[in-house]
Design a protein around this ligand. Structure first.
Ligand SMILES: N[C@@H](CCC(=O)N[C@@H](CS)C(=O)NCC(=O)O)C(=O)O
Length: 208
């Protein structure tokens, strides 16, 4: 049994879509970030970084980091076909974009939505936020260019990277502007949003 520590609307969404796609049993433990429950001692003992998601594997090991969790679940449950395997021509792009999205877009989201944490000068928070949005848009533009030559991030079939991309697109602070400047990103998001197991995860997270 997998146990995912989750809160609606968070980065647990992509991991839960992977769990919904697989055959293994799993359950949610709600840690309501809206009520600051991720800062309670009980959860800090699980994830001292006070972040969602955290995943307990069937063997009792703990995983954090949403991208690492998705990569792990994709490999552990190959039947989902959401992770191009070593030897598959899509493997390199898959790994590349998972890490790119996590290190650049998700990271820019944190600076955008928690901008006060990234400056010791309260008056500087707005500048942190606007810089984060610029960098997020630059990252989306790079992804858009890749999608002009590839149907999916890992080329021929949908992978966990596309689900991760859809989640990050849904967090953009100006979705109409994102859809206008990055129509291919919007189209991947659209296709991902039509998949049953993604919708199951989204019925809890309500990202769109
Ligand atoms: N790098 C981490 C970031 C996780 C993260 O920051 N999650 C957000 C929710 S999307 C969170 O826990 N926010 C609560 C807070 O930082 O106070 C990951 O990819 O899992």
């Amino acid at each position: 049994m997998y146990t995912i520590y989750t809160s609606p609307g968070t980065g647990a969404f992509a991991a839960e879509a992977m769990l919904e796609a697989g055959n293994a049993p799993w359950k949610r433990e709600l840690v309501d970030t809206g009520k600051d429950e991720h800062r309670h001692a009980g959860y800090l003992a699980i994830n001292p970084a006070a972040q969602i998601p955290a995943l307990i594997l069937p063997d009792g090991q703990l995983m954090t980091e949403s991208a690492a969790i998705c990569l792990f679940l994709g490999d552990a449950h190959k039947e989902t076909k959401l992770a191009p395997q070593p030897g598959d021509p899509g493997r390199a792009a898959y790994l590349r974009w998972m890490v790119y999205l996590s290190a650049n877009v998700y990271e820019a989201d944190l600076r955008c939505y928690y901008s006060d944490r990234y400056t010791s000068d309260a008056a500087g928070a707005d500048a942190v936020k606007s810089c984060a949005i610029d960098q997020m848009n630059t990252a989306f533009a790079i992804i858009e260019e890749h999608l002009s030559r590839h149907e999916w991030l890992a080329d021929r079939t949908m992978s966990a990277a596309d689900i991760y991309l859809a989640m990050l697109a849904s967090w953009h602070p100006d979705i109409p502007a994102l859809k206008l400047s990055c129509p291919r990103v919007a189209s991947v998001w659209d296709k991902v949003a039509k998949v049953d197991f993604v919708n199951k995860a989204n019925s809890f997270h309500k990202l769109w």
